[in-house]
Design a protein around this ligand. Sequence first.
Ligand code: PGA
Length: 246
Amino acid sequence: MHRKLVVGNWKMNGNLHQLGEIAAIAKAARKAAGVDVALCPPFTLIAPAVARSNGLAIGAQDVHAAEEGAHTGSVSAAMLKEAHARLVIVGHSERRAENHETDADVRAKADTALRHGLQAIVCVGESETDRAARDHVAVVTGQLKGSLPEDAHEGELVVAYEPIWAIGTGNVATPDDVAEMHAAIRAALVERFGERGGRIRILYGGSVKADNAAAIFAVEDVDGALVGGASLTAAQFVPIIQAAAG
Ligand code: PGA
């Protein structure tokens, strides 16, 4: 059993008026002993969120692999560090789909993040078609092979399993589905990183809500959650944090 990590992903949501939610989440996170909490708002809110975070880890939802240069619209790891971000999500399925990010792109981003001292959350997950074809485990382990950084220790790297069909749909994976995939991811991490792979945290993501969080956290090898919609308000997110605290 690892100390659980609950990460909120605000996606392209949030404005300055919602900083009060971050302050409320931070307050609850401080009180919930035994669980790590982080929140990833849009780039523009990182610095103001840090100012209201009361120690809550604030992160980004993407980073460019390059150090600097002619990459219009992108943000570098050094910029994130300057804004006091502590972590970054890489390879979210929405970016893989909308921005055509490949496994190699995701790996390059993870390598850059780690080089700059940012914790990297590498996302993987199969589509509905992959699952229907019973290819889901092969697809996800293949993504891991291509997307994981060169080397990493357990504090720096986190893997998030997010079945695409469960994201934003209300269709949460069953505990058996989650157990099967998390066991396969654990085995792949141990194969890749040896003993350290046993200590890298594996999060589940996809329609995690207050009413299903405890059942998901009870599954073997689930070390926390990546939460989208239900992280936007303290009212919805705090019960998930509390469920992870046990
Ligand atoms: P969801 O999103 O909780 O809204 O399903 C999860 C994610 O995409 O990280």
